[in-house]
Write a protein that binds this ligand. Structure first.
Ligand code: GUN
Length: 281
């Protein structure tokens, strides 16, 4: 079994991003800037936002953290987005999801200037990606493509099964595999005979958000398994959507949780921000 660790891949990407940030600073007299918006006190989201701000510092990007109270209104949140759109020091905007229930993430995405959309989630950027001329693409799927390339797992002619159809992971993941000449099946919680479908795949991306759900019965012996899930168990340990202990010796390659896909998401966010900064000036 090959363990697909994300750290070395993320290090490579971050080294390149750091060089680009440095040369941006030298040329334009300021750092590429990322605004990170966190609404409410969800502990996991606070940790993720902390990692994003820290990565900015490490790589020579400016970060602008906006922590808003849980009970902020949609109008107030929209106003912040509009101000960030106008702020010349801000190149990328990321609003951490999920938002509290009374707020609409779509309404936020409708307002983020596509030229500053660090997540690649606004309607314009989704459309550009699907029409084969991407500006920036969502961080986790983009990171997974980088991970597979680093470990020299070719995508052309491969049968890929993506399990999960979220706007942040499943849908953009399918699009990127298609762009790389793979044949893609998108499955979800209502898919018939999921186990049989998954078993046909050369590459499986598990992103349904159920802890330790996928056992070895779901995978071909030669499968490459990418686990996007992240769950905190009662004892504080982390696990993914794939039951790692059960699966690891029954497949060709697999990502660990933590230490697989996670580090790549942040590296790609930094890359997107620098790309948007370069495009904007
Ligand atoms: N919440 C979990 N993952 C993400 C992500 O990639 N972007 C945003 N904005 N929120 C998230």
């Amino acid at each position: 079994m090959i363990l697909l660790e994300g750290k070395p891949v993320a290090q490579n990407i971050k080294a390149r991003v750091s060089e680009r940030a440095k040369s941006f600073l030298n040329t334009f007299g300021r750092k590429p800037g990322l605004a990170v918006v966190l609404v409410g006190g969800d502990p996991a989201s606070q940790v993720y936002v902390g990692h994003k701000v820290k990565a900015c510092e490490e790589l020579g990007l400016a970060s602008f953290r906006h922590a808003l109270p849980e009970d902020i209104s949609q109008a107030e949140l929209n106003l912040l987005i509009e101000n960030l759109n106008k702020d010349s020091l801000v190149d990328g905007i990321l609003v951490q999801s999920p938002l509290p229930k009374h707020l609409s993430f779509s309404e936020v995405l409708d307002r983020i200037a596509p030229q500053k959309d660090a997540d690649g989630l606004t309607p314009e950027n989704v459309g550009l990606a699907w029409s084969g001329r991407p500006r920036v693409v969502p961080c986790t799927p983009a990171g997974i493509i980088e991970l597979l390339k680093y470990y020299q797992i070719s995508l052309e002619r491969k049968n890929v099964v993506v399990i999960g159809r979220s706007d942040i992971v499943g849908k953009p993941m399918a699009q990127l595999f298609l762009q790389n000449n793979a044949t893609v099946t998108i499955c979800h919680s209502k898919t018939k005979a999921l186990e049989e479908v998954a078993k046909q795949a050369d590459i499986v991306v598990a992103a349904i958000g159920k802890r330790n759900y996928f056992t070895k019965e779901f995978f071909d012996r030669d499968a490459v398994v990418i686990d996007v899930g992240i769950h905190r168990l009662e004892q504080g340990m982390l696990c993914g959507d794939v039951f790692f202990k059960d699966v690891k010796e029954s497949v060709r390659a697999i990502t660990p949780v933590p230490g697989g896909v996670g580090p790549l998401t942040i590296a790609m966010l930094m890359q997107n921000t620098v790309t948007l900064a370069e495009l904007r000036v």
